[in-house]
Design a protein around this ligand. Structure first.
Ligand code: SF4
Length: 230
């Protein structure tokens, strides 16, 4: 299909394609899709930004979960960008009646201390996922949620396999279930919903490193190598 131009490759791992047309699913598959796997259970959804929350909230509700959101993103720099993304999310969750838990404070200093020495893309992202998902698991356990998950699972720019691995590990430690599903199939719907609700669309992932890479096209691994070689 890719060779014939009948689909667009979204990510190679896991393999995800996007079709430019609607597909009628076989009846058995449709039934499975319609099963209410949430079954009224409560789930805490870690939310990275308004756009990524759109499809995730809709999908989890369709599955029968009682969804609450958690904003905990000390990786978003500078503070004004953090506040802009949060304000956009607050306006969206208000419009869809979603309870949002906002953790006190802004842990930018803690984030930077964890990342120093691990600034390359991928290495720093592992630590970033761990920090955000650990807090999510702690809040889920503290507030008695049945399960937790994260909007990070929708982005083709994030390492979905690693997010799943970390999510399951930190959730287990707190005695909470990590709910995994490949939200990437909703990536195009996320775009449509973001435009429909006129949500703020950020231009970089979040941290100062990603902002530098995005706007100056630098390769931090190369910069670090030059530093090491004097
Ligand atoms: S690029 Fe994104 S996921 Fe990676 S460390 Fe920065 S904010 Fe976190």
């Amino acid at each position: 299909m890719l060779a014939q131009g009948r689909a667009v490759l979204v990510t190679e791992d896991p393999p995800t394609i996007q079709l430019p047309y609607e597909v009628d699913l076989p009846l058995g598959r449709q039934r499975r899709e319609e099963e209410k796997i949430g079954d009224g259970r409560s789930i805490l959804l870690h939310i990275c930004c308004g756009p990524c929350s759109t499809y995730a909230i809709k999908r989890l509700r369709e599955e029968g979960f009682r969804v609450s959101g958690l904003w905990y993103n000390p990786n978003v720099h500078p503070f004004s960008e953090h506040e802009r993304r949060l304000a956009s999310l607050e306006s969206y969750v208000g419009s869809v009646d979603l309870p949002l838990i906002g953790e006190e404070g802004y842990d930018m200093l803690q984030f930077l201390r964890v990342i120093v020495g691990h600034e390359t893309y991928g290495e720093r992202c592992r630590l970033c996922y761990e920090m955000r998902l650990t807090r999510t698991a702690e809040v889920a356990a503290r507030d008695g949620f049945d399960a937790m998950t994260t909007t990070l699972l929708i982005s083709p720019h994030q390492d979905q396999g690693l997010i799943r691995e970390i999510g399951e590990a930190v959730a287990k430690k707190q005695g909470v279930v990590f709910h995994f599903e490949n939200l990437r199939r909703g990536w195009s719907e996320r775009g449509r919903m973001t435009r429909e609700h006129k949500l703020y669309r950020q231009q970089y992932c979040g941290c100062i490193y990603s902002e530098w890479e995005r706007h100056a096209g630098v390769d931090i691994a190369e910069v670090l190598s030059e530093l090491r070689n004097g």
